[in-house]
Design a binder for this molecule. Structure first.
Ligand code: FE2
Length: 423
């Protein structure tokens, strides 16, 4: 279990984790992976001015420090999802007209093909918007609004496909994909929370534009290989406010501007640029913050590999109550499930496959397409629905990175599945 702690809470024997969070945006996060060996190492961390770190409570030797840790640390990710189950149900039942209730879902292969086209259109818009802003031009709000409308429709009816696609692209530039991914994730998650269609439109626009203000940060700072000076970090801290300035006066609702301006604010007041805390942070700022961190963690960058979704959810779980409201994080975990569509997993039986459909009622038992046999050799893709498998019996043993096996999820998920044969 990962947990975010203040540096003052660190103790000798604790195991620090490198979460992969960007040091540009989290310069005070100590992230050299490994056990804190002695008091000298601990003093160095404190004296270097770090403020926070992630620890893995299942590694290292905690000694007396471990006893002081919250007993909730032993809760598993699955427990978190289960704990939020009632809350999530309550949320949707409170909103009978919520667009988050998916209608009949179309077959994955078909919906992935449609979602892929829409995703490419979104990327093109994100590309144009950033280029225009960099050249001192106008933000094309109208074109973005039309696309976000399509994203909402797709996220409601092809939720799995849109969310999967946001995670399946591999080679596109992060600058463009990140805004689109955050918009898609936020809209799909917002729909599950019961936010109205009008609200989703504003949330999606805020997601698309959330990092627009980074166009005001010189490349020399964004690409600086070493630590930032306080003045340079101030430029980074200004990017949410700068984004608001770029978007102001264009008739956008206040909620869009607040979502953009407050996506780095944190529950405990440690965020920026205003240091807002708790309820003072706009709900869109909180939702975008969660989607932003999840996409950043699960994206491959020049300086780090992509983190598996399951582990990224563990990092977010470690941030609950401090960075983001605990209930919001738990709902996000519940929303994505422990094995989001596109996850590559090994079964206890030794076979390997991709998750092609979630199972909201029993999230640990999704529907798979098996692609490797027990020896790790390619086999004819074969559907396998774990939905009928026994609780407590053998199931998914582990989530893995398909890249390591040279496999691309889209090669398998875009093949017609069993539901296509029934149509
Ligand atoms: Fe940002």
């Amino acid at each position: 279990m990962l947990r975010k702690v203040q540096v003052a809470e660190l103790a000798v024997g604790m195991y620090v984790v490198d979460t992969g969070l960007s040091w540009l945006e989290y310069p005070y996060l100590y992230s050299r992976e490994g056990v804190i060996e002695n008091g000298g190492a601990l003093r160095e961390i404190v004296e270097a001015g770090y403020e926070e770190a992630f620890i893995d409570t299942e590694k290292g030797s905690f000694g007396s420090a471990r006893a002081a840790l919250d007993s909730r640390l032993t809760a598993s990710l699955g427990t978190a999802a289960a704990a939020s189950d009632d809350a999530a149900k309550a949320s949707t039942s409170e909103s009978p007209a919520a667009p988050g209730k998916p209608g009949e879902q179309m077959p994955l292969a078909q919906s992935l093909a449609e979602a892929k086209t829409l995703y490419q259109d979104c990327l093109a818009i994100a590309h144009d918007v950033l280029r225009e802003v960099r050249n001192g031009g106008e933000v094309n709000v109208a074109a973005s609004e039309i696309l976000i409308d399509d994203v909402i429709t797709s996220a409601v009816h092809n939720r799995d496909a849109m969310v999967a696609l946001a995670k399946l692209r591999v080679h596109d530039a992060y600058t463009f994909t990140h805004g689109v991914n955050v918009a898609v994730l936020a809209v799909a998650f917002g729909a599950a929370l019961g936010i109205s269609r009008q609200g989703l439109k504003q949330l999606g626009l805020a997601g698309l534009f959330h990092d627009l203000g980074k166009t005001g940060v010189p490349d020399a700072i964004l690409n600086k290989p070493g630590p930032l000076s306080p003045q340079e970090f101030e430029r980074i801290r200004d990017h949410p406010a700068h984004g608001c300035r770029l978007l102001a006066g264009r008739g956008l609702p206040d909620a869009v501007l607040r979502g953009v301006g407050e996506h780095h604010e944190r529950c405990d007041g440690s965020g920026y640029p205003q240091g807002l805390a708790g309820e003072a942070i706009h709900p869109f700022g909180r939702v975008l913050g969660v989607a932003d961190v999840f996409d950043a963690l699960t994206s491959r960058r020049s300086y780090k590999d992509a983190m598996l979704p399951t582990r990224a959810l563990g990092v977010l779980y470690g941030m609950r109550g401090r960075d983001f409201p605990a209930q919001l994080v738990e709902r996000f975990i519940k929303f994505l499930g422990p094995y989001p569509v596109g996850s590559f997993v090994r079964l206890a039986s030794g076979e390997y496959g991709f998750v092609r459909r979630g199972n909201p009622g029993r999230p640990l038992f999704p529907e798979l397409v098996l692609v490797l046999d027990v020896s790790g050799r390619p086999c004819a893709p074969r559907p396998l629905d774990l939905g009928g498998w026994q609780e407590g019996g053998p199931g998914i043993a582990q989530a893995l990175d398909p890249d390591v096996f040279g496999l691309d999820p889209l090669d398998f998920l875009m093949q017609p599945g069993p539901e296509d044969a029934l149509r």
